[in-house]
Ligand binder design. Structure first.
Ligand code: SAM
Ligand code: SF4
Length: 326
């Protein structure tokens, strides 16, 4: 078991398969973002080795993310290897959905259990402006393919950005009325790369909730008020699905955090919003023993920061969100 010094059992690993992406969402990266060379990223055998190592400490829940995980060559085989690792109970993915039309079925057959698909508006023009060139229709087809492949329950991630899509949250919430999906609203967080926009164009959860409730009436509590992952969940009266609020900025959920992240270049990141990292890939490539790597991981987890420092004005600037794995 991997326990931190605050007694939290850390058993959920988010692995960034690549920092590369086929979109350039304005709140995530600059249009001229440069990516790391493939040789500096974890190779397939290195990802599988780390998965085995972490699973040995009780990490039973894995989420694959990025960058865009589906642009990684060989992603289906990688998922198969991760899903069949002893001790791994759940494998899910966060994706922009562009390639799901083609990949949903093979990924499900390889052992992927669920997907979260990011879609911030149902307006094709606004979608293009937010992602810089994305076609909404492709993502929609991807979501339907995921549903057909039973990558359920479908979860939709939406980030609201002032001046881009704040009023579109109402249409996204409306998707849950007829569909058993969870639409999750994520408060924008600041990192390197698009920091000005991330700081100045935040829409708070309270504002989003107000928009939704002014259309559909007061939201009702779901999941008996317990968090679902990091989301507080509610539903519109009579809806088949529910809406989630991930208010990392205004209401942090650090006390309940069970996560660690493996960046695409093989660093153990202890908190999304703290710069502290432990390099695992360099020692692995230098021939470190199993025991040495074990120590590095357990000591790193033990020192996991309590929580982020956004309220005190601390912004992690050593990486863009896409490099860490959101
Ligand atoms: N490319 C995939 C996608 O977009 O779903 C996976 C990686 S992306 C970094 C993971 C999630 O982080 C997405 O839902 C995205 O909307 C969200 N995200 C990106 N930048 C963010 C930011 N600055 N604040 C909050 N969420 C952000
Ligand atoms: Fe790419 Fe996801 Fe970042 Fe958008 S949010 S640029 S899809 S990594």
């Amino acid at each position: 078991m991997a326990i931190d010094r605050f007694g939290r059992n850390i058993h959920y690993l988010r692995i960034s398969l690549t920092d590369h992406c086929n979109l350039r969402c304005v709140y995530c990266m600059a249009e001229d973002m440069t990516f790391q060379p493939n040789a500096d990223l974890m190779q397939d055998d290195e990802i599988l080795f780390f998965t085995r190592l972490f699973a040995g400490f009780g990490f039973d829940k894995i989420r694959l993310t990025g960058g865009e995980p589906t642009v990684r060559a060989n992603v289906v085989e990688l998922v198969r290897g991760i899903a069949s690792t002893e001790g791994v109970r759940s494998v899910s993915m966060t994706t922009n959905g562009l390639l799901l039309k083609k990949l949903a079925q093979p990924l499900a057959a390889a052992g992927l259990q669920r997907v979260n698909v990011s879609i911030d508006t149902l307006n094709p023009e606004k979608f293009k402006r937010l992602t810089r060139w994305g076609k909404l229709e492709d993502v929609w087809e991807g979501i339907l393919a995921a549903e057909k492949a039973r990558l359920a329950p479908i979860k939709i991630n939406a980030v609201a950005v002032k001046g881009y899509n704040e009023e579109d949250m109402v249409d996204l919430a409306a998707l849950t009325i007829e569909r058993p999906w969870q639409v999750r609203f994520i408060e924008m967080m600041p990192f390197a790369s698009a920091t000005d926009l991330q700081v100045n164009q935040v829409v708070t959860m309270a504002q989003i909730r107000q928009h939704i409730e002014s259309e559909f009436g007061k939201l009702e509590v779901s999941n008996e008020g317990r968090l679902d992952g990091e989301a507080q969940v509610f539903h519109i009266r009579g809806a088949k699905g529910n809406v989630g609020f991930i208010s990392s900025v205004t209401h942090p959920f650090c006390a309940d955090c069970t996560r660690a992240r493996l960046t695409s270049d093989g660093k153990l990141r202890l908190c999304l919003l703290r710069e502290k990292e432990v390099d695992l890939l360099t020692p692995l490539r230098a021939g470190a023993s199993f025991e040495e790597l074990r120590r590095l991981i357990l000591n790193g987890i033990w020192d996991k920061p309590w929580g982020h420092g956004l309220a005190e004005g601390f912004i992690p600037l050593n990486r863009a969100m896409s490099e860490i794995g959101g």
